[in-house]
Write a protein that binds this ligand. Structure first.
Ligand code: C2E
Ligand code: CA
Ligand code: CA
Ligand code: CA
Length: 279
């Protein structure tokens, strides 16, 4: 064990060893996860008030690890990003989500779009628009039913990011800005992005009922979205109170446990009244 200045044994603490082992193990297991069918895509519905109309759903990746059980995406996606495995996983999620959505449309379910999260590496993949085009053609999903969720943190270079987004837009798909408010995009920059929708981050929604500051921020985000001609959706709605505050501020689109957790595809249209399933 080596001393690390005033932090003592920090670097060689058992916690860190465990974390490192976890990473090594996860990386190896993740390589096999797709072939072994351990990955699944869950879907979380999005609604518009006041009628609770279904307006879309977000595809969220799940990994049922044979030994460790369910591993949340926040735990393994960063590792997949580091190792480059995210490219294959991201492509797989896109294919699944488009195929599933097309098959819902064919079954006569509401014709609503699916939102798929893009990773930083995917966003910068040079042939991304061709890959997406191929997936749309292969699955038969019309482009207006695919929305890609992008975050501010992906856009290190403004000019480059706008060029990438414009190429994607040409396919006829939609783009949304996820986790909005947690990054640092300037207003002038935001107005140049070909984005149809802002997603208000859950961290603001969470504190809405306690903090006037959060209410002020959210009021500003909503006003800004509308003045730029964008829609706005709030994520992570858990309570009636949050819903009331937000509808009072003219935010009408919602996604959160209050309505439904993300559920496996088979459960989404089973019983709209039952929101107790999923995770
Ligand atoms: P995100 O894109 O911000 O997704 C929303 C997260 O909030 C999801 O967590 C969802 O289950 C959770 N959530 C939704 N409503 C509520 C609520 O009312 N309360 C609480 N406490 N949580 C709520 P999840 O599924 O664990 O995903 C976490 C993150 O992992 C996502 O955050 C996204 O950044 C990433 N992720 C998930 N699937 C994919 C994927 O296919 N590709 C990529 N690149 N990233 C993904
Ligand atoms: Ca998202
Ligand atoms: Ca989000
Ligand atoms: Ca988030």
């Amino acid at each position: 064990v080596k001393r690390e200045g005033k932090n003592g044994y920090r670097f060689y603490s058992p916690d860190l060893d465990e974390e490192l082992l976890f990473k090594i193990e996860i990386e190896a297991d993740l390589r096999k996860a797709i072939e072994r069918g351990e990955l699944e895509v869950y879907y979380q519905p999005q609604y518009r008030m006041p009628d609770r109309e279904l307006i879309g759903m977000e595809a969220l990746l799940r990994w049922k690890h044979p030994v460790r059980g369910m591993i949340p995406p926040d735990r393994f996606i960063p590792i997949a990003e580091e190792t480059g495995l995210i490219m294959e996983i991201g492509r797989w999620v896109l294919e699944q989500a488009c195929r599933q959505t097309k098959s819902w449309h064919e079954e006569g379910q509401p014709k609503v779009p699916v939102s798929v999260n893009l990773s930083t590496q995917q966003f910068h993949q040079p042939d991304l628009e061709f890959e997406i085009e191929r997936i749309l053609v292969e699955t038969g999903l019309e482009p207006q039913y695919l929305e890609l969720e992008i975050t501010e943190s992906m856009m290190m270079d403004a000019t480059l990011s706008i060029a990438i987004m414009n190429r994607l837009k040409r396919l006829g798909i939609r783009l949304s800005l996820d986790d909005f408010g947690t990054g640092y995009s300037s207003l002038s920059y935001l107005s140049m992005l070909p984005i149809s929708r802002l997603k208000i981050d859950r961290s603001f929604v969470m504190r809405l009922e306690e903090s006037g500051n959060e209410r002020a921020i959210v009021t500003t985000i909503i006003a800004m979205a509308y003045s730029l001609g964008m829609d706005v959706i709030a994520e992570g709605i858990e309570t009636e109170g949050q819903l009331e505050i937000l509808t009072g501020q003219r935010c009408l689109e919602f996604q959160g446990y209050y309505f439904s957790r993300p559920v496996p595809p088979g459960d989404l249209f089973l019983n709209a009244a039952d929101t107790s399933q999923g995770m």
